[in-house]
Design a protein around this ligand. Structure first.
Ligand SMILES: [Zn+2]
Length: 221
């Protein structure tokens, strides 16, 4: 009887101990699980590429605003081809702004469009030149961003910078052509890859040159 009582006590003590161990290890696991993404987020948030994504987002947002305004100015001057080109560029920049904002959001950073900057006074043809030189600068900045993201082992950011640069290269070519030609130059309507904002130059393309999206998904502007 006494032996069975002490066995019972021993069993109870063992069960209590087991429960305590399970509870403690459960708590530790939960804390560990909660801490992991926080640490990952801190590392990502402090990386240079996160700052570059924010800067690239702000630049695209500003371009949307300016290209829309450039387009309206061209309309006022009855330069329909230039107006449509700027409209196409604004749409492409919208794709870039959205892709940068989406990636930032997955890393816990919400961005909002910066306040509109006053438009420098000018005529549509002057705006073509201004846009061409700013697109050229952006391409070299994006190339640097892409390299930094690759070095920081942040492949999603590197890919977005690459895509944006590929589309901007096309913007610069279209602007260059518009500057050279004095009369009508547009091949209407413009067709764009909705994935990377590349403005498609030829119907013969089966897929986007920059991101390989099949041509069935291209959009007319
Ligand atoms: Zn594409």
């Amino acid at each position: 009887m006494s032996a069975s009582k002490s066995f019972l006590r021993f069993s109870l003590a063992f069960v209590c101990l087991l429960v305590m161990v399970l509870v403690i290890s459960g708590c530790q696991k939960k804390e560990g699980e909660a801490a992991k993404p926080e640490i990952a987020q801190q590392v990502a948030a402090s990386s240079l590429s996160m700052e570059n994504l924010k800067t690239a987002y702000a630049a695209s947002a500003k371009n949307i605003d300016w290209y829309d305004k450039f387009s309206k100015q061209a309309q006022k001057e009855n330069l329909g081809d230039i107006a449509v080109l700027f409209k196409a560029l604004a749409r492409s920049e919208k794709v870039h702004a959205d892709m940068f904002a989406t990636l930032l959001k997955t890393k816990g950073v919400e961005v909002t469009a910066p306040a509109a900057e006053p438009l420098p006074a000018g005529k549509a043809r002057q705006y073509l030149k201004r846009a061409a030189s700013s697109e050229a600068v952006e391409q070299s900045v994006l190339a640097t961003y892409e390299k930094v993201a690759t070095d920081e082992q942040f492949p999603e950011a590197a890919e977005l910078f690459r895509r944006s640069r590929g589309a901007d290269e096309r913007h610069a070519r279209l602007l260059g052509r518009a500057i050279e030609m004095e009369t009508n130059f547009a091949r209407l309507p413009y067709v764009m890859c909705p994935e990377c904002g590349y403005i498609v130059g030829s119907d013969k393309m089966d897929s986007c040159l920059v991101c390989k999206l099949p041509k069935e998904k291209f959009q007319k502007i």
